[in-house]
Structure formats: structure tokens, C-alpha cells
Write a protein that binds this ligand. Structure first.
Ligand code: GCB
Length: 648
């Protein structure tokens, strides 16, 4: 193992604890039910960054063995939040290496004394590599910063006279050529320019590598015999909705399963028994996207009850899963939801805001969804990583369609196409599909953004990742976003829908809005001619400083952003009548990036500022999206869209 300060964390973890990364088991979102409780560990945690030269003092001194305050000074750190922007310390903002979080939790007696109770610790996301101890005992290790992981800690909290437990989480934000996203540590060895041991993290993606406990950390309970996983797929036979379910249980060989499907009013519309089956719902209310129907986002509830006989009598576990009945299909020229053509008029987002960085925040979530609805957006791509589970739930409830992207962004080095990287990419897709497979809002998986797919190994790499994703979930199409030329992208033959990012009159022909129409037409025609697949304009946009005005339009002014959008729209209006099935603006809001001479406090291509205030282009896009919605909706027009600039 190389004695590098930060680049060896995976090997370090494996060596110290001999722990292999396991495939995910059930990852049902923890919900309360008559048999399940949950306890969020939000609030202030103790925190320390390991500034030692090797970044390994925490392991050498075993900081997890005792309360963190006993091994040195600690800071208060909010969870969920990135650690980078909450303090006044520039070194901590840019820190690369291990940071340590710790929290004492008081547990209810029934959790520690009832041996039929199972206690689980779930971490919503810890960016990027995490090792977890409870009362000094290693319980979990996870690679990947955007997906949840769990540890069953029942045994630990149910032995001895415990009323509290100490959760310690060490997190390393170092990115290597084999992580997703990849990165490299650059060691600056010229001592005439840099202090001894100096290194920086280099990445090839355009957002700041915020780190920490970004999402909810929680404890929840289930009975020891429990519902571990549910997979639902839906179909339609004329007016009858078909709900296929598969249930995986753990903890007992002898049990009964009962399922009920309830409509939104709580009436049972179908019932079944056993671990798998099909429920039929005559005259089903379909799940429609927002603005495609007068009654969008209709959700049923699948209630599952597992009953086990124990020596002390019957024990039951209950879990309720929201279910939307809808179908997704792709033709050569169309994207169909419930058999009707669907046009994506939406945005690309980031999990990003002032102070909390990538930390989850309910107020921000609701503000963003209110803005999406104001805008008339019916969809977004989770550029460039999976978003918090709470975001996905709201998409189901509001009818916002999602292209669910994995963190395969910035894959440009040859090493990042190696077998090691590929295996990790497959694992991430498994975790993502496992987490998000039951969301009706998710209509497509995206396996990457702008990989260097003209490199020779790319063809095999993407063929494998896409085939694996389709095998995991045959019910959804798969894509990735390309920015290459149609003739050089070796991965595109394997996708179902072509997503193209282009920045005409921005990175090329800067300042020349007049070339957009010709170049965009050429782009669409060559891709469609080569592959005969539907196309989404998955990114386009211009950096804009709010309040800068220039007419005639100059780059960075609000007029230039509007002018660029309008020219894209002219061509999109032609091609959406043929095979273009969507347009996603880059970006919903301004967001933080690495510091470079090209970025003025981050990427400014938002139509909203980072504080979620509109630039002029937001109004232009809003007019367009509501017009598109009026043209493409299903159902009685008068009931549906009452666009007025002053309402909604
Ligand atoms: C892209 C990337 C996105 C960047 C954007 C830009 O092609 O996919 O991550 O932020 O361009 O603004 O340069």
C-alpha cells in the first residue's frame, strides 16, 4: 500500500477490517408503521478533520474507541450538511482526507430490551467513503457518496445495560480514477513552489466536491422477522391496471404475507397473498406526469403484512409502499408514458445551496418544487448523481418525471475504463436501481454524463453497464448524456434514447448567436440519421450574471441567455414534431464549482440564482413550458391548465 496521505483509503479500510463490500440487500425507505419506528439523528454532531500529514492519525489513535472529545478538540457540525461552507476556516473548506463525525443517541427501552426488535442504522449518504462504528465496534463500510447504506446494530445495542449508543462515522472525500465520480490527487513535489507534502484534488466535473453527511442519518426498527424488499412493476390491459409485486422477507421461514392495494381515499381496490403476484385494478387511475393530465400523480398504497408465529404468539411487520400505475415505452421517434407521447420540458438540477452545500434541506426542497411548478417544468435529470430519497418521493407525489442519473460524471481517464472501475460502476447501478426502482416518477436510468466515450474501451464499458442496468430493471429505458460527435461516441449504440449536451455560441463560436440554428439542426439530423432513436437535448445554456444587461446581447448578460434559449427553441419546435422528445435547460439554478478562471463564484447558467431568484430567462422559459404543456396534455383542457403570469 502506497504511503500516500489520502489516496489509499479503500485499501486501508479493507486491511484494517477485512471487510468486503456487499451487494445491497433490501433498501426500503424507512417508514413508520404499526411495527416500525424511526429516530432521525439530525442536528449537531461532534466533528474533527484529520489534518495530520498522512490523514491517518484517527486510525492510528483509534478515535472511534472513545468519545471524540477525548482524543482532541472537536467542532459542532450540523447534519445533514456539507462541512465545507459552515465555518470560517478556508483550510477546512478545501480539506481532502478523513473527517470524523460522532453522535450519542439515547435509545428507548423497548429497542434495547425487546429481543424481537431489530435496530438498524441507515446513512442516507456520506460522501465519499465511509466507515461506521457503534460503541467502538465496526458495523459498516460503504463506497459512494450518493446512495444509502445500512447496518443491523441490534446485537450491539441489546447486550448489556445500555441506554445510549455512540455512532462514529469517518468519511473520506478523496476521489481516485476508480471512484464514481473519478478524480486524481495531484502531488506537487517542487519544493521551490509548494510546501513539503502538498497535494490537491483534481476532478473533471463541473461542481464542487462537497463532502460530509449530506442526508438523513437515522435509526429505525423492524420486528426480527421482517419485510426486507418489495419490487413493484405496473402495466395496463385496456382500463385495467396491473400491479405486479415481489416481496422478499428475512428472519423466519414460517410466515404469511398479505397485501392490499388502497386507492387515494383509502378504499381497498385489490388484495393478494404470498410473496409474489399480480393485482388487477379495474378502471385504474393512472399515474400521469404534471401538466399532462387534469389529475396527475395519482398514487395507490400497497400495504404489506408479514405474520410470523413465535413462541410468544404471532408477530407482524407492516410496510406501506406508494404505487403509481403507469407504463413507459420508447419507439424510434417517441417517448411514451401510458401509451401517449411525452415531451420532457424540464431542467437539470444540482443538490446545491448556500452554506449547506449538498446538505438536504426541506425548505429548499419545497422551494425548488414550487419553482418547478411555477415554471411549468414536467421533468428533471438528477445531474450528475442520485438525489436524496425525499426528492424522489416528492417527484412521485407532484408528477415530476425523473431521468435518474448515477455519479458517472467526469469519466475521462483511460484508467477509469478499467475493469476495476467497471465493477464499481455496476455496483453503483445495482444500488441505484435497488433504491429507486419503485418510483413511478423515474422513467429512465442514465448511466453517465459526458464520458470520454471515443476511447476504445468505452464501447465494451458502456455496453456492459447498460446491459447490466437493463437486466436489473427491464421496465425502463437506459441512456447517458453525450457531448461528442455522433460519429465518435462508441457508447451511444447501446442506449435507448440519445441525450445530447451542446453549448453552441458558448464554448464554441462564443458570442455568435447567429450560428445556433444551423448547428443545432445539423446536430439533430446527424444523430437521428445515424441511430434512429429519439433524442433529448439534455443540456444547453449560457452563464449569466443577474443584473447584467446588454442590448444587443453580449455574453454573460441576461439578454444573451434569453437570446441563446430562444434560438435553441426555434429548432426544438421544428424537431419535436419529428423525433426530439425533450429539452432540459442547463441549469435550474446557479451552483458552486471548483475555483477556475472560467467560473465566477460557480457556474452561472442557472435560470434562477443560487438563492432561487429568477433571471429574465426564467420568464421566457415559463411562457414556453406552459405553451408546450397546453399543446401536449391529455384530458379536458379547461380543467387542466390555467396559466396566468399572476397565478399558479
Ligand atoms: C456540461 C456538463 C455540466 C457542466 C456544463 C457547463 O456539459 O455536463 O456538468 O456544468 O457543461 O456549464 O459547462
Amino acid at each position: 500500500m502506497a504511503q500516500t496521505p489520502v489516496g489509499c483509503w479503500a485499501a486501508l479500510g479493507a486491511l484494517l477490517w477485512g471487510c468486503a463490500l456487499a451487494l445491497p440487500r433490501g433498501m426500503l425507505y424507512p417508514r413508520e408503521s404499526p411495527s416500525r419506528e424511526r429516530k432521525e439523528l439530525a442536528g449537531l454532531w461532534s466533528f474533527r478533520a484529520d489534518f495530520s500529514a498522512t490523514r491517518r492519525r484517527g486510525f492510528e489513535e483509534q478515535w472511534y474507541q472513545r468519545p471524540l472529545r477525548e482524543s482532541g478538540p472537536t467542532l459542532d457540525m450540523p447534519v445533514p450538511s456539507s462541512f465545507n461552507d459552515v465555518g470560517q476556516d478556508g483550510q477546512l473548506r478545501n480539506f481532502v482526507g478523513w473527517v470524523w463525525y460522532e453522535r450519542e443517541v439515547v435509545l428507548p427501552d423497548r429497542w434495547t430490551q425487546d429481543l424481537h426488535t431489530r435496530v438498524v442504522l441507515r446513512v442516507g449518504s456520506a460522501h465519499y467513503y465511509a466507515i461506521v462504528w457503534v460503541n467502538g465496534v465496526h458495523v459498516a463500510e460503504h463506497e459512494g457518496g450518493h446512495l444509502p447504506f445500512e447496518a443491523d446494530i441490534s446485537k450491539l445495542v441489546q447486550t448489556g445495560p445500555l441506554t445510549s449508543c455512540r455512532v462514529t462515522i469517518a468519511i473520506n472525500n478523496t476521489l481516485t480514477p476508480h471512484t464514481l465520480p473519478p478524480g486524481t490527487i495531484l502531488y506537487k513535489t517542487d519544493t521551490s513552489k509548494y510546501p513539503k507534502g502538498y497535494f490537491v484534488q483534481d476532478t473533471k466535473f463541473d461542481f464542487f466536491n462537497y463532502a460530509g453527511l449530506h442526508r438523513t442519518v437515522l435509526l429505525y426498527t423492524t420486528p426480527t422477522a421482517y419485510i426486507d424488499d418489495i419490487t413493484v412493476t405496473t402495466g395496463l390491459d385496456k382500463d385495467t391496471g396491473l400491479v405486479n409485486y415481489q416481496i422478499v422477507t428475512q428472519g423466519s421461514e414460517h410466515f404469511e404475507l398479505q397485501v392490499w392495494l388502497l386507492d387515494a381515499e383509502g378504499s381497498v381496490v385489490a388484495r393478494g397473498t404470498g410473496g409474489e403476484g399480480q393485482l388487477q385494478v379495474p378502471n385504474a387511475h393512472l399515474w400521469w406526469p404534471y401538466l399532462m393530465h387534469e389529475d396527475p400523480a395519482y398514487l395507490y398504497s400497497l400495504e404489506v403484512k408479514m405474520t410470523t408465529q413465535t413462541a410468544t404468539g404471532p408477530m407482524a411487520d407492516f410496510y406501506t409502499l406508494p404505487v403509481g400505475i403507469r407504463t413507459v415505452a420508447v419507439t424510434e421517434t417517441q417517448f411514451l408514458i401510458n401509451g401517449k407521447p411525452f415531451y420532457f420540458h424540464g431542467v437539470n438540477k444540482h443538490e446545491d445551496s448556500d452554506i449547506r452545500g449538498k446538505g438536504f434541506d426541506w425548505a429548499l426542497l419545497l422551494k425548488d418544487f414550487n419553482l418547478l411548478r411555477w415554471l411549468g417544468a414536467n421533468s428533471f435529470r438528477t445531474s450528475h448523481y442520485p438525489y436524496a430519497e425525499e426528492v424522489m418521493h416528492l417527484c412521485d407525489r407532484y408528477g415530476i418525471v425523473v431521468i435518474d442519473e448515477c455519479p458517472g460524471v467526469g469519466i475521462v481517464l483511460a484508467e477509469s475504463f478499467s475493469n476495476r472501475s467497471l465493477q464499481h460502476h455496476l455496483q453503483v447501478m445495482e444500488e441505484l436501481v435497488q433504491r429507486d426502482k419503485n418510483h413511478p416518477a423515474v422513467v429512465m436510468w442514465s448511466v453517465a454524463n459526458e464520458p470520454s466515450s471515443s476511447l476504445q474501451p468505452a464501447a465494451y464499458y458502456f455496453k456492459t453497464v447498460i446491459a447490466h442496468t437493463k437486466a436489473l430493471d427491464p421496465s425502463r429505458p437506459v441512456t447517458f448524456a453525450t457531448n461528442s460527435n455522433y460519429a465518435t461516441d462508441l457508447g451511444v449504440p447501446y442506449v435507448d434514447v440519445i441525450c445530447v449536451n451542446s453549448y453552441f455560441s458558448w464554448y464554441h463560436d462564443s458570442g455568435h448567436l447567429e450560428v445556433i440554428e444551423l448547428q443545432l439542426r445539423t446536430q439533430f439530423e446527424s444523430w437521428h440519421h445515424a441511430y434512429r432513436k429519439p433524442i433529448i437535448q439534455s443540456e444547453y445554456g449560457a452563464d449569466t450574471i443577474p443584473g447584467l444587461h446588454e442590448d444587443p446581447p453580449l455574453m454573460f448578460s441576461e439578454e444573451y441567455q434569453k437570446g441563446l434559449l430562444a434560438r435553441y427553441h426555434a429548432v426544438l419546435d421544428e424537431k419535436r414534431k419529428e423525433y426530439v422528445v425533450g429539452e432540459l435547460i442547463w441549469n435550474f439554478a446557479d451552483f458552486m464549482t471548483n475555483q477556475t478562471p472560467q467560473r465566477v463564484l460557480g457556474n452561472k447558467k442557472g435560470i434562477f440564482t443560487r438563492q432561487r431568484q429568477p433571471k429574465s430567462a426564467a420568464f421566457l422559459l415559463r411562457d414556453r413550458y406552459w405553451r408546450l404543456a397546453n399543446e401536449t396534455q391529455e384530458g379536458p383542457r379547461s380543467l387542466c391548465l390555467q396559466y396566468s403570469p399572476f397565478t399558479v
